[in-house]
Design a protein around this ligand. Structure first.
Ligand SMILES: [Zn+2]
Length: 358
């Protein structure tokens, strides 16, 4: 359960700011200790949304500020970034980027000439999303578990109303996360699934879903949880995992495992956001699987189901039934593995539950 967000900093001398930060750090350590102690005292805490977002996600701060052009101060743009309180973003999160002009007509665009961003190895267009008086553009950038923790420049170029190209640049620190480690025992028939051959087969089957990019965002606002029954987080996102103590089986957990407290199969799995079914099938490690496309490179996955209730191509709304919780594939008991990928890279699904920028 524990997860620490580290950030390297070097400071010389003691000023009021660093003294206050020191006090804050002590408070955080105290609260963390209390939290860990509480986890130890309660064997199977019922996970609820409020405790998860505060315990597992960094503080989310909507960082929207005007960007003044070099000349003609009447025009400004709003750049939205979901950075944490330290101004960075942790490994495993998704960087949400929005760009909006303050007045209609201040930002020129056309099909084939959208605002464009680069961040690390990611290079993609910001695309128009509906529901705003002035044109609003959005993009979702994966900050993968394996992306090196260091500063990266975020650069956004776009054409203004005069036809001039403008460049917004901001350096964003990717913060290291010490993901926990777990060894899982697989007995009998499941032991044969401990190697990566089953995963490689599954990845081949899901390759089309991973690469899906629809130029329209299909959802609005916050996502909801895919389970509506009491559940516990049995394996967190990003946990390093081995099977039967074999170090060559090491990999990181690409989603979250949600175990119904009933410990029974058959609970309803619902869509957390509007989307479209892009894959339905029976996989080796993942078992009965549903994959959804939500647009702008965001896809989601539901593994180990006992029953599937949707068909490929079907359009779903938030809350629509996808299937039933089960333990098909490599599962030691009934649970839902929920996974979200951005541009094909797994990110923490809970990142979509807290206040999106637009
Ligand atoms: Zn899982």
């Amino acid at each position: 359960m524990s997860k620490a967000t580290g950030k390297n900093s070097i400071s010389f001398g003691l000023n009021r700011g660093s003294f206050l930060r020191g006090q804050f750090l002590v408070l955080v350590i105290l609260l963390s200790s209390l939290f860990l102690a509480a986890c130890g005292a309660l064997p199977a805490p019922a996970a609820d949304l409020s405790s998860l977002t505060s315990a597992n996600n960094p503080v989310r701060v909507e960082d929207v500020y005007p960007v003044r052009p070099l000349q003609g101060a009447a025009v400004s743009y709003k750049l939205g970034l979901n950075l944490d309180a330290a101004g960075g973003i942790a490994q495993g999160q998704v960087l949400q980027v929005t760009l909006q002009a303050n007045n209609p007509g201040e930002l020129a665009w056309s099909a084939g000439n959208f605002p464009h961003l680069t961040f690390g190895a990611t290079s993609l267009d910001l695309l128009p999303v509906e529901g705003s008086a002035t044109p609003l553009f959005a993009a979702y950038v994966p900050v993968g578990v394996e992306l090196a923790a260091q500063p990266y420049p975020l650069e956004i170029s776009f054409t203004d109303e005069t036809g001039a190209t403008r460049l917004l640049r901001r350096v964003i620190e990717v913060e290291k996360v010490d993901f926990p480690y777990q060894d899982l025992t697989l007995d009998g028939d499941l032991a044969g699934l401990a190697d990566h051959q089953a995963d490689a087969y599954d990845d081949t089957q899901l390759a089309g879903a991973y690469q899906t990019f629809s130029p329209v965002r299909l959802w609005q606002g916050d996502w909801q949880l895919p389970l509506n029954v009491p559940w516990a987080l049995t394996t967190a996102f990003g946990e390093q995992r081995t099977y039967n103590g074999q170090s060559d089986t090491l990999y990181y957990h690409e989603g979250v495992d949600m175990g119904p407290l009933s410990r029974q199969a058959g609970d309803l799995v619902v869509s957390p956001a509007a989307g479209r079914v892009v894959y339905v099938g029976d996989l080796e490690a993942r078992g009965l699987t549903v994959a959804l496309d939500h647009g702008l490179g965001v896809t989601s996955y539901y593994f180990h189901l006992s029953q599937i209730s949707v068909e490929p191509g079907q359009v779903v709304a938030a809350g629509d039934l996808l299937g039933l919780v089960g333990s098909t594939g490599r599962a030691t008991g009934p649970h839902l593995h929920w996974e979200v990928r951005v541009q094909g890279t797994p990110v923490d699904p809970f990142a979509f539950l807290g206040a999106p920028l637009a």
